[in-house]
Design a protein around this ligand. Structure first.
Ligand SMILES: Nc1ncnc2c1ncn2[C@@H]1O[C@H](COP(=O)(O)OP(=O)(O)OP(=O)(O)O)[C@@H](O)[C@H]1O
Length: 261
């Protein structure tokens, strides 16, 4: 059922920096706690996420999806192994460099939108650029705002926007600086199905039309079906992948994992 390709990128060699991977994990291990209560959340994961593609990470509850994403995004530190962001090993960087990488090279979209309530939609969108002291690419920003259907909402505060609109603002904020990778953590978890479908279609289009690399954690096979590829985790290990997934292939793979097949 799962079509396998090279675990790192499908095309290149991460260790040799020849990969098309925008971000990759190499033999990544994450242990929480110590002694009898230690939990091996990641148990030697090697996987690459190709540039310009939309990849979903799936797996049963507790399989390590959030831990993998947090380590890839520099939000958590691994116990051993490497995280390569465009060839830089994040695991060996001092905190200052990590913070800078998170701010300037990575975009985030969370389930809970995480917009600043006192700032307008426009100010929320440009906040990462403002913090980095960078000027926006106005043409790209305007295109993004139009594509995301936010033109008439820019002067509104988050509380004056629907959930779907708030998530579209969060998406614009994540995309506006054209980061190397956008990480999305259950981005449709707080949305009704119609707004969720809109946000997923926008994520899909940002990979297809803008070449944006996107890595999304989700429990929902319907959401994963928007991705170009699904990476499966089970018990902190890679448990296969699906290229060009649809709801049936993802559901099958999850059922097989649950049944230990
Ligand atoms: N801060 C922590 N301290 C101790 N154990 C943790 C911590 N965070 C996660 N774990 C454990 O690590 C394992 C992987 O957790 P993780 O949250 O990455 O899984 P997940 O696949 O994202 O789960 P879910 O689908 O339920 O969100 C689980 O056994 C979890 O209990």
């Amino acid at each position: 059922m799962q079509r396998q390709s090279s675990p790192v990128s499908g095309r290149g060699n991460v260790a040799g920096h020849e990969s098309l991977a925008a971000v990759a994990a190499v033999d990544l291990v994450k242990v929480y706690g110590a002694g009898d209560t230690a939990v091996r959340a990641l148990d030697g994961v090697t996987v690459g996420f190709e540039r310009g593609r939309f990849t979903a990470i799936m797996g049963p509850s507790g399989s390590g999806k959030s831990t993998l994403m947090h380590c890839l995004a520099g939000l958590d530190t691994a116990t051993s192994g490497q995280v390569l962001l465009g060839g830089t090993d994040l695991t060996t960087q001092p905190d200052k460099v990590l913070t800078k990488a998170r701010r300037e090279r990575i975009g985030f979209v969370f389930q809970s939108f995480n917009l600043l309530p006192q700032l307008t939609a426009a100010a929320n969108i440009t906040l990462p650029l403002d913090l980095a002291g960078r000027k926006p690419d106005r043409e790209f920003q305007d295109r993004l705002i139009t594509t995301l259907g936010l033109s008439g909402r820019l002067n509104h505060l988050p509380a004056e926007l629907s959930g779907g609109q708030q998530q579209r603002v969060a998406l614009a904020r994540a995309l506006v600086s054209r980061p190397e990778v956008v990480f999305a953590d259950e981005p449709t978890g707080n949305l009704d199905s119609r707004s969720g479908a809109e946000v997923l279609a926008l994520l899909q289009n940002s990979a297809r039309d803008l070449g944006q690399t996107i890595v999304m954690v989700t429990h929902d096979p319907g959401a994963a079906a928007y991705a170009d590829r699904v990476v499966m985790l089970a018990d902190g290990r890679l448990a296969g992948e699906i290229q060009n997934p649809d709801i049936a292939s993802v559901t099958d793979a999850l059922q097989n994992l649950a049944a230990g097949r």
